[in-house]
Design a protein around this ligand. Structure first.
Ligand code: TLP
Length: 352
């Protein structure tokens, strides 16, 4: 049975060009800054974002963590959206390791306003922690892959900077936003102090993320990366596919967005499945399956039996993510599996 894997764009496998680049990569010890391929990737990323410097890290989680550690001191507060990945899915690391506390803003489809930042920021009071950092997630995963526009980022970044805060973007999927809105990544980067982006999601690399920012900031991140065990030796093996990704894997993200819209439009027409089409801006589709008589776990289990892999985003929320391994035919096939197989099991009918 063919398996259609819509769990995440993290399931993408490296391309042949990436494997060839790995085989050819010049290598050295990156902990001492001597891996030529890592250095080339870091220079390339910094240039693309219009920043002074960048750093290869093991994962998006590590990139966000070292950024927070570099920007903040223990006891500081980081303002972020209430469903931010950093709050929801990073094992509480910013509190456990960086010693900071999150302050949450209720967003509108993952975004919020400068006024909300002003309202959330702590004033000058003996009792309060310092509001040190504002974090923005672009695209916003739990909101359904929604995009911040550069103007929205500019507005909240100005509010934060005026209050003396730094601004970090969790841009795990920032190139999805760039492709969806047809903007250069510099249009985001120029407003903020740091950005983390993932090579290992839609860009199809096997491992790795990058942090970009000013040279001084990146040097602090380098030290924090060592502290959390992310100093890597011949990391050119990881960097080589990263260079291929930045050269050739960005514009194709449009295909994933087209497939996500095709998928969402078909799912919206199915009785019992609810979704908000306005959130389908990139490669993520979040659905509410409560109207099918199944919860997310039951829905996903039926889908899995029929070769369709999905992920849950809440008791009744199921997420579907398109990526390089998914064609328009796979999308149609996934919809048929849901219509013909999964929904036939409504109310446990298949258990009889
Ligand atoms: N997201 C993963 C899961 O953790 C949910 C996924 O499948 O979407 N920021 C954002 C916005 C992310 O979506 C993710 C991964 C990360 C950070 C963390 O990246 P990694 O997995 O490389 O640590």
């Amino acid at each position: 049975m063919k398996v259609i894997d819509l769990r995440s764009d993290t399931v993408t496998l490296p391309t042949k060009e990436m494997m060839d680049a790995i085989a050819r990569a010049g290598l050295g010890d990156d902990v001492t800054g001597n891996d030529p391929t890592v250095n080339a990737l870091q220079e390339k990323a910094a240039m693309m974002f219009g920043k002074e410097s960048s750093l290869l890290v093991t994962s998006g989680t590590q990139g966000n963590l070292v950024s927070v550690m570099a920007h903040c001191r223990p006891g500081d507060e980081v303002i972020m959206e209430s469903e931010a990945h950093m709050y929801y899915y990073e094992v509480g690391n910013i509190s456990a390791i960086a010693g900071v506390i999150p302050r949450l803003i209720k967003g509108d489809h993952g975004t919020f306003t400068g006024q909300q930042v002003q309202d959330a920021a702590r004033g000058d009071d003996l009792h309060f922690p310092e509001s040190r950092l504002l974090e923005i997630e672009n695209t916003h995963n739990r909101a359904g892959g929604t995009c911040w526009t550069p103007a929205q980022v500019a507005e909240v970044a100005k509010a934060a900077h005026d209050l003396g805060m730094k601004v970090h973007i969790d841009g795990a999927r920032i190139f999805n936003a760039c492709v969806a809105l047809d903007v250069d990544v510099k249009a985001y980067a120029r407003h903020v102090d740091s950005i983390q982006f993932c090579l290992s999601k839609g860009l199809s690399c096997p491992v790795g993320s990058m942090v970009v920012g000013d040279a001084d900031f990146i040097e602090v991140c380098r030290k924090k990366r060592k502290m959390v065990g992310g100093g890597m030796r011949q990391a050119g093996i990881i960097a080589a596919p990263g260079i291929v990704a930045l050269d050739s894997m960005i514009t194709r993200l449009k295909e994933d967005h087209d497939n996500a819209r095709r998928l969402a439009a078909a799912l919206e027409a199915i009785d019992g499945i609810k979704l908000d089409m306005s959130t389908v801006q990139t490669n993520i589709v979040v659905t509410d399956v409560s109207g099918t008589g199944m919860n997310a776990e039951e829905f996903m289990a039926e889908a899995k039996k029929n070769g369709l892999l999905l992920s849950d985003f809440g008791p009744y929320q199921v997420r579907l993510v398109t990526h390089r391994g998914i064609t328009a035919e796979d999308v149609d096939c996934a919809v048929s599996i849901i219509e013909d197989k999964v929904l036939r099991c409504k109310g446990g009918a298949c258990k009889i």
